[in-house]
Design a protein around this ligand. Sequence first.
Ligand SMILES: Nc1ncnc2c1ncn2[C@@H]1O[C@H](COP(=O)(O)OP(=O)(O)OP(=O)(O)O)[C@@H](O)[C@H]1O
Ligand SMILES: [Mg+2]
Length: 257
Amino acid sequence: MPKIMICGRGGSGKSTLATLLAKVLAERGKVLVVDTDESNLGLPEMLGLTSPATTLMGCLGGKPAVRDKLLASIQKKGDENTGFFAGDLNLASLPAECTGGEWPLRFLRIGKIERSLEGCACPMGAVARSFLKQLQVGKNEWVLVDTEAGVEHFGRGVVEGVDLVLMVVDPSHEAVLLAERAKALAAQLSKDFIAVLNKVDAATEPFLRRELSERGIPVLGAFGFSPEIMEANLTGSPLPEGRCREQVNQLLASLSF
Ligand SMILES: Nc1ncnc2c1ncn2[C@@H]1O[C@H](COP(=O)(O)OP(=O)(O)OP(=O)(O)O)[C@@H](O)[C@H]1O
Ligand SMILES: [Mg+2]
């Protein structure tokens, strides 16, 4: 079963769609939601899960330890392949202290910016890349990767370890341009690429479908603006159970796995 990377521009609904998909998939098997966004904090609340005690970076000794390993590896071999994780990685072997929730739905954070002047988020990107590449996913298991806004995860190579890129497109020209760029970036690594519309209505949905179709981008799902979702995100409550279930099921049915 696949590892799906959910990307898009800022505020388009990446975390919302990751949550809606996770809730439905967790009724069919095991789902791990991986938060690779080094800034935003609210994903566990959206999912209705408690935050893990630490991040994956924390489990690896913290940012200075990760940075030292990275630098040593680059100096020695000229690449970032540090061998952060020994042996096989699968959903059953994840460190308990950095996973929140219980199966069938668990949550893992790669790392967050926690101190002023601590430096850039590149070490988080390297850990995410290595973790996702090594993570084996079995039958009836899914990994949903929530990303930061934009395309930096393509540059950092986080995308290498996933099977499918799901681009969230909200009603804006910028979102269409970003989808076009992301499709090209995904193609460079032979990754499947689809778009899902979010916050659309009767006027914006056909417009976006046309714009994306002209750019050769398949649109496999569409979600309207939901006042219940907006309210839950305003108050930091879990997204309403069963919300958009029909649209999620349609989207999953149209994916070829
Ligand atoms: N279908 C929807 N209906 C109503 N509001 C929505 C919907 N999808 C997202 N939103 C609202 O849009 C805002 C951004 O959503 P979300 O946090 O999921 O976006 P994001 O792409 O993950 O943002 P970021 O780039 O900051 O990570 C939230 O306030 C949320 O309530
Ligand atoms: Mg988000």
